[in-house]
Write a protein that binds this ligand. Structure first.
Ligand code: CMP
Length: 143
């Protein structure tokens, strides 16, 4: 079953949006298999955002994601990677449709509430950066 890495960023945590965001993915029918509130280190931030190294906003990106706690999650389900990105909305909140997380709660691209993996390769890499194997659970959904 496909897994993805989602992270409520420091702005989402500060604005008390964790519960609402978790609820959206739960109600959709996806399964939460890992979660933790954590402070991202400079090293983890650099690793997570390695593909953006050299871009003009890289420093801002690392400095923002390390500025306060984030809520890191692993979600599981059929086509969860692409579906989660639809639920999140476009990266820049000004282009994100109403009804999506970024469309409803975000204003600027640097503080866009949530991060989600964009491909199976990214999901595997990002889950490995933030979670150890024993922090991810396997359980059957009974309902
Ligand atoms: P995220 O999904 O976490 O992946 C990379 C992040 O870079 C993205 O969300 C945005 O928050 C951020 N980002 C992208 N473009 C810009 C930009 N032009 N200025 C600042 N931040 C940006």
């Amino acid at each position: 079953m496909e897994k993805t890495f989602l992270m409520v960023k420091p702005d989402g945590v500060q604005r008390s949006l964790i519960g609402e965001i978790v609820s959206k993915f739960e109600k959709k029918g996806f399964q939460l298999v890992g979660a933790k509130l954590m402070q991202v280190s400079e090293e983890t931030a650099q690793q997570h955002y390695a593909e953006h190294k050299g871009k003009p906003f890289f420093h801002e990106l690392v400095s923002f994601i390390t500025s306060g706690p984030v809520f890191a999650m692993v979600w599981q389900g059929e086509e969860v990677i692409s579906t989660a990105r639809k639920i999140m909305g476009k990266t820049n909140p000004k282009d994100a449709d109403p009804g999506t997380i970024r469309g409803d709660y975000g204003v600027v691209v640097s503080k866009n509430i949530i991060h989600g993996s964009d491909s199976p390769e990214s999901a595997e890499r990002e889950i490995g950066i933030f979670f150890s194997e024993d922090e991810i659970v396997e359980y059957s959904k009974l309902i």
